[in-house]
Design a binder for this molecule. Structure first.
Ligand SMILES: [Ca+2]
Length: 85
């Protein structure tokens, strides 16, 4: 697990976890993302990360918020792509 995921990987992971298709993740979907990335955080750690990542406190993780956590953790490089639409 030394290679960083590409942008396409991250988008695919995010889209796959976004079961509701609403382009944001709830805590359960966020947990699925972590599993997809091979991370094994405890429930408490996941909850903690989720709350930290939810920058606008709406109770969901947008792709931008998702990217911000990954970048903060050093798992993703490069700037966030501009939102489409
Ligand atoms: Ca949010």
């Amino acid at each position: 697990m030394t290679t960083k995921p590409t942008e396409d990987d991250l988008l695919a992971v995010f889209a796959r976890a976004d079961l509701g298709g609403d382009e944001r993740l709830d805590l359960m979907e966020f947990t699925l993302v972590l599993e997809s990335l091979g991370l094994s955080w405890t429930r408490a750690e996941t909850q903690d990360r989720f709350e930290q990542a939810d920058a606008n406190l709406d109770g969901f993780i947008s792709y931008g918020e998702f990217r911000a956590i990954l970048e903060a953790q050093g798992w993703a490089d490069g700037p966030l792509p501009e939102p489409q639409g």
